[in-house]
Structures are given as structure tokens and as C-alpha cells.
Design a protein around this ligand. Structure first.
Ligand code: NAD
Length: 723
């Protein structure tokens, strides 16, 4: 027996020659690779390589939820220059090379998250056993940080699971559950979590004296786990160029070339596949050296840190704790209520829904079931799990069951009087300490709370549509909302898997308010004769997930018009309503939901601009006007920056970092640009303010630079000050 006291690794060699290496970073929740840990691992591996009493190595984690979380992102972020990165990456590759070359079989027993460098560790081992627990998630998310897996992941994964499956994981930065990993051939065996260690020991003992797989292929790399299927053989042989061409086309379609990392990863796989291991690894080094330090990588790493911060935050000042939430009520089983009920029960809460119509309740159940059925179809969930989740959902037309709900989320009609009436009824049945969280998109929380006898229990919990996909929740505190109520909703949103941002109560809150000029100016450009598809394509090329006209169709033109009314009432000069909205709504042109909007629809598919929409709007010669990408950005994005400056000056959100997080997660503002404020800094405050001033003189006072922006431009001060 031996042990490495005080370090991240404990080694115990049993009498029969089974070495068990436990990775357990002291004082940390997760096992991470930083320089000292890598140095220690190397020493352990060097020691093991020299021993002749060891017959197999079993790698386990000392953490309950995490096997290995990968490389320390702080170190990547701080690395100064491509040389430093190249050296650090080469060292990691060498150490994993030592793991792959140990003179006896190596086995990983994976329980919990095994991502990035964690996944690259197991790829350098001979055998991989994983627990069947949901916690066990394996993958290579490096692309999401603007880099590529360069400790051998880009090279070894295609060799272990085949080209198409590997590209699917690497290019999308996917993390998959252990069942899928087994189907893919990344994991050899699935084991019930409670017996993983015993099973892995037995398995490793069964491999005593057997051949290695981690570096047994002719190129020096690992052997493929499952034999290639006929189709794979074809695609990896004569069809290889087709695979890469298709993959490149799909990356370009997704990213418009704005993200260099997937293209670099694709090139590294393409050039490295079939070449000797050492050459392929070198391609990884070259690629990552080009990526580290790019603006896209910096923005994505920054976003990662911001998300990590939210995990530690409470949404309120220190000393205020969130209350426990055991049961959740949902009022209104419509598009949003149904989605919220599905999300809450998906995460394990018993949920009680209430509506005023049976059909709405039925639709709410159906909406939830549809989302889960999709998962069953994709084998992400079993039928038994679906049934268990459905059984957490109940509903009715009465208030039965709401007396037991700690939090009730209201998603009824967007009418103040209706919401206030519902709030009063709820108060009559709810526990005194229970919370009423409104999902209103536009109505002030303080106004809604005026109907309450306990306004301190009323708060905003603003989800985005569709609820199961959109990651942001705005947590809105009204004038009287108690801090513990805000803290509870902040925590609840996190437990639901969302990213919450605390927002002060004001018309449109944060995201919809900043979005309004994007939509409004989009329509005005169209009225000026710029073709709608030109506007939308231009914004998608900028990096937005959808252009403003498409977005209006998706949101619903009537819904957008209502939102615009609220904002226009608050800021008539800056957010004037265009009569175009009214014309469209009265002609029944409500967007995708009526299959009739700015665009035409066939089934769910958007098939092209609807010429009749131009006619309904009275656009005399559609398409008569053109616009450059720069002018389009100034017209649509700069007014959003301007509104962001107003929001910051009014203290609507804590700072530009939270604002950027909200815009990325709420509307998909391009993450590679770092967010709205980060993008403003990249363009330069003065350039933005000048362009806005020019637009103000040409198009009207709505473009006038916000006092904060004008002042920043004058002083040369960015949103994010240099530290
Ligand atoms: N749709 C969106 O994109 C979106 C996004 C964020 C927030 N919201 C907000 O969410 C809320 C609901 O919007 P939606 O799109 O789900 O609307 P919806 O019309 O799809 O659903 C509203 C539901 O509330 C029910 N209802 C009406 N009065 C009720 C009452 N007194 N008690 C119980 N149920 C009642 C209706 O029968 C209907 O089923 C609104 O406040 C809206 O502003 C909507």
C-alpha cells in the first residue's frame, strides 16, 4: 500500500496488483487540472510505470458528483501568448501520453461529470466503465469556450468512436449522458451507480495480463471500441470528403463563420485523422495556439466566468437566505404556464396548475407531454421516467391544492385587472408566507402588488418563450418585495436550470425594453423599402439567432404590438409606435401562429417573404432600398446599446456584466461578441454615439444618445473599465 498524502491523488495498490488511483482535489468540489495537479499526476504516472507489482490501474474520483471537470479555465484565460499555451498543451498531451503508455491495462470508473480534460483522460485509458446515473455526463465542451480539445480529445475521440459521432460531439461541444456514451462506443460498460466501484475492480482484475487498447492502433493511437458499422466504414473511407464538406457547411450555417473554434477543430480532425498520433496531436497544438486570445475566445471565457458567478450568488445582499420550495402552483396553463409547469415537474417539484378553461388545462398537459415525448423519442428519457414526471403534474379549475404551494407562478392573461383579481383570490387560499411570482412581460410588479394585502410576497419571475429552451429568467423586485422573496425566486430559477438576473421594476423590465428598438427599427427599415429578408439575413450574419422581422413573426405581431404600447407610453419620444403594427393586427396578420405574418409559412416552415404583407403595409416599392452591413448595425444594434445605457443609468440591472448576460441568454445576443456592452466597447463609445447622433438628425430624436453614453464617449470611458 502507498499513498500521496495532501495532494490531489491517492494511490493504493492492493495485494494482487490492482492499483487504485483516486483523484480528489483537497478542499474543492470538483477535480480540476491546473499546473500543480498535472505535475502531481505526471509524478504518479512515472512512479507507476516503474513498478513491476502493478497489474492494472483503476482511476476513480473522490468527489460525489464530479469525476473530472477538466482544465482550470482560469489558467487558460490568463495564459499570456501562443507560446505559453502551446507549451502548456504539449505538456498535457505528454502526461496523457504517459497514461496511455502505462505497461498494464488501465480502467476508468466514471461517476459524475467527466468533461473536457476529464474526457481526454479517459480517452487515453484502455477501458471505460460508467455509472448509469444521470450525474454521469461525458463530453468535450471546449468549443463553447472558443477553443478545441487539445489534450488529445480532437485526435483520440474520432479513433475511439468513429468520425461522424466524434464530429457531432466536438463541433457542438456536446456533453452526453452515459447511456448515449455507451451507444456511441465511448463507454465500454454501464454499471448501476451503487456497485460501480466493485464492478470496476472486478473488471480491472479481469484485465490482468491482457493487451492494451489505448495506444495499440497502427498510428499509435487508441483502438476503436466497437467495430465500425458498414456505413461508418464508407463514410470514413471514400465518403470522407463528403463528411467534412457537410460538417463544414453545417458549421457555417450555424455560425456564419463568426466562431473560429469549430472550423479549427474540424480542420484538425480532417488533417489528423489517419495520420500518426504525434502528428495529429501537433495539429491540436497549432490550432489552439491560434485560438487562445482571439476576441471570440475571450468573450466566451468571460461568459463562462459570469455563469460561474451566478452559481455562487443569491440575487440579494449577504445575510438573506432563500426559503425552501417544496410545491409549486401555476396559474394559467397557456403557452407560458404549460411550459413553466413542465419545467418545474421535470426538475422534480409536484406542480398544481389552475386555469379557467378545461381545454386550456388539457393543452397544458399536452404541451408538457410533448416535450417529454420528444426526449423519449431521442432516447434521452425512458417511458417510466415520463410517467413519473407526468404524475407530478395535476390541475383543475378550482383553487384546490394551492394552499400547499410555497411558490405560485402566475401566467394568466396580460391584463392588470385580471392579474390583480387572481392575486386576491390566491391570497385567500395561500399560506401566509407563500410567494406569488408573476410571469408578466410588461406590467409593473409594484402595480400588480397593489391589490395584495401582503405585497412583500409578490415578485416577478419572467421566463422567456419557449420556457424549456430559453435560459434566462428575469427576477423582478417591486417596491415592496421582501429580499428573502427575491432570493427564493433567484434560487428557484437556478434549481430549474436557468440563469437568473435580478432586475428593477420598470416598463419592459430589462431584456424586452432593450429589444424594442431592434424590432421597431426593423419594421421602419422595411417601410423604407429595405427587403425584409435582407434585414433578417444581415442580422443573422451579425450573429443574432433571428432577425427582427422573423422575430416579430415568432413572438406574434399582436403580442409585440402590446409590448410596444407599454413602452411607448413610458418613453414616447424614444419608442414611438409605428401604425404598421396596428395595420397588420387588424388584417389578421399575427405571425407564425396564424401562419400569416411578414413571411409566408408552410406548416411550421418559413418559406419566404409574403408580398401581400408589403401591400397591407402600403410599402409602395418593396426592395427599392439597400443598406450596408455597417449601416444596418448602426440602425438596429446601436439603439439597443443606447437603451442599455439608459437602463444602467437608472439602475435597472446591477451592471454591464449582468446586462450582457441577460441579453445573451434572453434573446441570444451573439455570445462571441461578449454581449451588448462588450460589443459597444469593441466598436468604441464615441463611434456609437456619433452614429446615433447622425441618425438622430436624419431620422428623428429617438436616436439621440443617452446622457450616460454621451458622457462616456466624451471621456473615452468604456462600459467595462480597465482594471
Ligand atoms: N408568450 C410569451 O412569449 C410570453 C413570454 C413571457 C411572458 N409572457 C407572459 O405570460 C403570461 C401568459 O402568457 P401566455 O402567452 O401563456 O398566454 P396564453 O393566452 O397562452 O395563456 C393564458 C392562460 O391563462 C388562462 N387564464 C385567463 N384568466 C385566468 C384566470 N383568472 N385564472 C387562471 N387562468 C386564467 C387562459 O385560459 C389561458 O389558458 C402573460 O402575462 C404574458 O405576458 C408571455
Amino acid at each position: 500500500m502507498s499513498a500521496n498524502a495532501g495532494g490531489a491523488f491517492r494511490l493504493a495498490v492492493e495485494a494482487d496488483g490492482l492499483a487504485i488511483l483516486t483523484f480528489d482535489c483537497p478542499g474543492e468540489k470538483a477535480n480540476k487540472y491546473d499546473t500543480p495537479v498535472m505535475t502531481e499526476l505526471e509524478a504518479v504516472l512515472d512512479g507507476l510505470a516503474k513498478r513491476n507489482d502493478v497489474k492494472a490501474l483503476l482511476l476513480v474520483s473522490g468527489k460525489p458528483d464530479i469525476f473530472i471537470a477538466g482544465a482550470d479555465v482560469n489558467e487558460i484565460a490568463k495564459a499570456a501568448g501562443p507560446e505559453v499555451i502551446a507549451n502548456g498543451v504539449r505538456r498535457g498531451q505528454e502526461i496523457f501520453g504517459k497514461l496511455a503508455s502505462l505497461p498494464f491495462p488501465t480502467v476508468a470508473a466514471i461517476e459524475g461529470a467527466c468533461v473536457g480534460g476529464g474526457c481526454e483522460t479517459i480517452l487515453a485509458m484502455d477501458w471505460r466503465l460508467a455509472s448509469d446515473s444521470k450525474k454521469t455526463q461525458i463530453g468535450l465542451p471546449e468549443i463553447k469556450l472558443g477553443i478545441l480539445p487539445a489534450w488529445g480529445g480532437t485526435t483520440r475521440l474520432p479513433r475511439v468512436v468513429g468520425l461522424t459521432a466524434a464530429l457531432d460531439v466536438i463541433l457542438a461541444g456536446k456533453v452526453i449522458d452515459s447511456k448515449r456514451a455507451q451507444r456511441m462506443g465511448l463507454v465500454d460498460q454501464l454499471v448501476p451507480a451503487p456497485i460501480l466501484l466493485d464492478a470496476a475492480k472486478k473488471f480491472a482484475r479481469g484485465k490482468f495480463g491482457t493487451k492494451k487498447r489505448s495506444n495499440a492502433a497502427p498510428d499509435g493511437g487508441p483502438l476503436r471500441v466497437a467495430p465500425a458499422k458498414a456505413m461508418d466504414k464508407l463514410l470514413e473511407g471514400v465518403g470522407r470528403s463528403v463528411v467534412f464538406r457537410k460538417a463544414r457547411a453545417s458549421v457555417m450555417k450555424e455560425t456564419h463563420g463568426n466562431y473560429p473554434a469549430p472550423l479549427e477543430a474540424l480542420a484538425a480532425v480532417e488533417k489528423g485523422f489517419g495520420r500518426p498520433l504525434a502528428e495529429a496531436l501537433n495539429l491540436e497544438v497549432e490550432a489552439i495556439s491560434r485560438l487562445v486570445g482571439t476576441p471570440a475566445m475571450k468573450s466566451l471565457v468571460n461568459l463562462f466566468f459570469r455563469m460561474e458567478e451566478v452559481k455562487k450568488e443569491t440575487g440579494v445582499s449577504a445575510g438573506v437566505a432563500a426559503l425552501p420550495v417544496k410545491r409549486i402552483g401555476v396559474l394559467g396553463a397557456g403557452a407560458m404556464g404549460g411550459g413553466i409547469a413542465q419545467l418545474a415537474s421535470d426538475k422534480g417539484w409536484p406542480v398544481r396548475m389552475k386555469d379557467i378553461r378545461h381545454e386550456a388545462l388539457a393543452a397544458g398537459y399536452a404541451q408538457a407531454a410533448k416535450i417529454w415525448q420528444e426526449k423519449v423519442k431521442k432516447r434521452r428519457m425512458t417511458r417510466t421516467e415520463l410517467a413519473a414526471k407526468m404524475s407530478l403534474l395535476s390541475g383543475g379549475l378550482s383553487w384546490d391544492g394551492f394552499d400547499g404551494c410555497d411558490v405560485t407562478i402566475e401566467a394568466v392573461l396580460e391584463k392588470l385587472a385580471v392579474k390583480q383579481a387572481v392575486l386576491k383570490e390566491w391570497e385567500a387560499v395561500a399560506l401566509p408566507g407563500a410567494i406569488f411570482a408573476s410571469n408578466t412581460s410588461t406590467l409593473p410588479i409594484t402595480e400588480i402588488a397593489k391589490a395584495a394585502s401582503r405585497p412583500e410576497r409578490v415578485v416577478g419571475m419572467h421566463f422567456f418563450n419557449p420556457v424549456h429552451k430559453m435560459p434566462l429568467v428575469e427576477v423582478i423586485f417591486g417596491e415592496k418585495t421582501a429580499p428573502e422573496v427575491t432570493a427564493t425566486i433567484f434560487e428557484l430559477a437556478k434549481k430549474m436550470g436557468k440563469t437568473p438576473v435580478v432586475v428593477k421594476d420598470a416598463p419592459g423590465f430589462l431584456v424586452n425594453r432593450i429589444l424594442a428598438p431592434y424590432l421597431g427599427e426593423g419594421v421602419r427599415l422595411l417601410l423604407e423599402g429595405v427587403p425584409m429578408e435582407r434585414i433578417d439575413q444581415g442580422m443573422r450574419a451579425f450573429g443574432m439567432p433571428v432577425g427582427p422581422i422573423e422575430l416579430l413573426d415568432d413572438v406574434g405581431i399582436d403580442v409585440a404590438a402590446k409590448g410596444a404600447e407599454t413602452l411607448s407610453a413610458a418613453w414616447p419620444e424614444r419608442m414611438p409606435i409605428d401604425p404598421a403594427f396596428g395595420k397588420l393586427v387588424t388584417s389578421g396578420r399575427l405571425g407564425r401562429k396564424t401562419k400569416k405574418g411578414f413571411y409566408r409559412y408552410e406548416g411550421d416552415k418559413r418559406v419566404g417573404p409574403d408580398p401581400q404583407a408589403y401591400a397591407d403595409l402600403g410599402v409602395a416599392s418593396p426592395g427599392s432600398s439597400s443598406i450596408s452591413p455597417e449601416a444596418l448595425e448602426a440602425r438596429l444594434i446601436y439603439p439597443m446599446i443606447n437603451e442599455a445605457a439608459y437602463c444602467l443609468a437608472e439602475g435597472i440591472v446591477a451592471g454591464p456584466d449582468k446586462l450582457d448576460l441577460a441579453m445573451i441568454f434572453g434573446i441570444g445576443f451573439p455570445p462571441f461578441r461578449g454581449g451588448l456592452c462588450a460589443h459597444a466597447d469593441a466598436r468604441g463609445g464615441a463611434a456609437v454615439a456619433d452614429a446615433l447622433s447622425r441618425l438622430a438628425s436624419e431620422k428623428g430624436p429617438r436616436f439621440k444618445p443617452a446622457p450616460l453614453l454621451a458622457e462616456m464617449a466624451k471621456q473615452g470611458r468604456p462600459f467595462f473599465g480597465k482594471e
